[in-house]
Design a protein around this ligand. Structure first.
Ligand SMILES: [Zn+2]
Length: 488
């Protein structure tokens, strides 16, 4: 994966908590008193009557399991401009991020009755997958103590006092409340000042912790100028600056910018498909709500070679067997690189009897994902390059990973890669390329490979080499081609 908001979506993922608003339900006295204290700390009526809020952040963002090396995870800068129309339940979140491997500039916004995402690098917009306001913009509430205080007051009937604790040497009172599209939130409120020091919640991703400090006031409304976010014990977001303003959001932000056009039609990925790419080479997979996950199966005579290891490998293999009408075993599973999202299917591969072919720096993560270290006779550590029946495998370095297994089938002139380029659109329209695509093309050119078709772990489209070349030629190395304020 290579898009910061996809990671953010995982980091902040919502759960399916049903809201139970009893018409006459009221919080108890302890809850009422604590809510009043929080509201007072954040501005009293100024908070309650707030019409809109704008939050400008600069983050350092970590993507767990996605480091350049397998040793640690680098932080990526992310600038974010969030605007929320509270009364109208409309949002706009613009994000700009540029690092060694990708640069993205997008804005998710409420536009009329729908939620869309603008891609400023492409000059296009698409219909967003988030179905409603809180699915799309609940993330903004959760990272802002001001909005948490605002929403606590609004959802007072769901609030429950949840005990006390000492935090940073100061007594704190805990209170839980419910917000749409999220498991319940627990606020840790400084008993003396009433400010929110911490918010915690339990999700499918484990315990998430949101820390707020350096509380200030602007326009009579309180906010923490420092924010950190943890997944379990691991720091995931650190703010390097935060500014807010109240009642400054104008309605004209809630429309798609002039000159931005709807993106071309996307290749359909809604169903599991098995496409024959060339003789003996098939691509199986499906898109859906999460990351699209595709595996190439290459017929090698009495067995097949699989490459592309996302979760759901067995389902893709079963679909492949149904489509081709045989049940040759997966003898080899090629591990593209050490990133953990590409290893979710390794337990399936182990159970199916495959021998792993892996870059050296991915072996540890493969073992964790598979549930055990593969037996020595079922593990081939990639060293430079190797030939495995109809495929060649090259250990290359790109901007995405220091050690990456590029798979090439010379007979079919097909190459398979993950995370460097995915064609999204029908026909020959290229998708915008990032630095990863540029470095991949250079590696393929340096190896002198004759590639007709480029396959991706993240998409169904069999990309003609000419499209990939065009995408790389079109790459604009300027970090801020749009010239918009967030990056200009
Ligand atoms: Zn990756």
């Amino acid at each position: 994966m290579n898009h910061p908001f996809r990671y953010a979506a995982a980091a902040f993922a919502s759960g399916a908590a049903a809201l139970a608003f009893g018409a006459d339900a009221l919080a108890g006295e302890a809850e009422d008193a604590l809510i009043a204290k929080v509201v007072s700390a954040y501005g009293g009526d100024r908070l309650r009557n707030m019409k809109s809020i704008r939050i400008n952040d600069v983050y350092k963002n970590a993507f767990p399991g996605q480091g350049y090396t397998s040793g640690y995870v680098e932080f990526t800068p992310l600038s974010q401009d969030a605007r929320i129309d509270l009364a109208g339940e409309r949002g706009s979140v613009e994000g700009w991020s540029a690092n060694w491997n990708f640069d993205t500039h997008t804005r998710q916004l409420s536009a009329g009755e729908e939620i869309v995402t603008v891609n400023y690098r492409d000059g296009t917009y698409q219909h967003a997958t988030a179905p409603d306001f809180f699915s799309a913009f609940g993330i903004v509430y959760r990272v802002s103590d001001t909005l948490l205080a605002y929403q606590l007051a609004k959802s007072a009937q769901t609030a429950k006092a949840a005990g006390e604790e000492n935090y940073l040497g100061r007594p704190h009172k805990l209170i839980t409340f419910e917000m749409p599209q999220s498991p319940p939130l627990t606020l840790h409120v400084d008993a003396e000042s009433g400010v929110i020091s911490k918010m915690t919640r339990e999700t499918a991703f484990g315990a998430l912790t949101y820390l707020f400090s350096d509380h200030k006031t602007v326009g009579g409304v309180g906010y923490a100028s420092s924010f950190e976010f943890f997944i379990g014990k691991d720091p995931n977001i650190i703010t390097t600056s935060r500014n807010i303003s109240v009642n400054t959001v104008r309605s004209n932000v809630f429309s798609v910018d002039r000159g931005i056009v709807e993106e071309p039609a996307r290749v359909s990925q809604s169903e599991m498909t098995v496409d024959e790419i060339a003789e003996g080479v098939h691509l199986a997979g499906v898109g859906g709500a999460g990351a699209a996950a595709y595996t190439a199966f290459i017929d090698a005579g009495d067995h097949v070679i699989a490459v592309g290891g996302y979760a759901g490998l067995k389902a893709r293999y079963d679909a492949y067997k149904d489509a081709v009408g045989h049940s040759k075993p997966i003898r080899y599973q090629i591990v593209t690189h050490h990133h953990t999202d590409h290893l979710g299917g390794m337990a399936d591969a182990l159970a199916l009897g495959a021998t792993f072919v892996s870059p050296a720096n991915a072996v540890e993560n493969v073992s964790v994902a598979a549930g055990e270290t593969p037996p020595a006779d079922r593990l081939i550590v990639l060293d430079g390059e190797m030939t495995l029946g109809p495929v060649k495998i090259y250990d290359i370095a790109t901007s995405h990973a220091e050690s990456y297994a590029l798979v090439y089938a010379p007979g079919a002139k097909v190459a398979f890669q993950a995370d460097h380029y995915t064609g999204n659109y029908e026909g020959d329209t290229p998708t915008s390329a990032g630095v990863g695509a540029v470095t991949l093309k250079k590696a393929i050119d340096d190896l002198g490979l004759d590639v007709d078709i480029l396959l991706s772990a993240h998409g169904r489209k069999a990309v003609p080499w000419a499209e990939f070349e065009t995408a790389v030629e079109n790459y604009d190395a300027s970090p801020c081609p749009s010239g918009r304020a967030i990056c200009g």
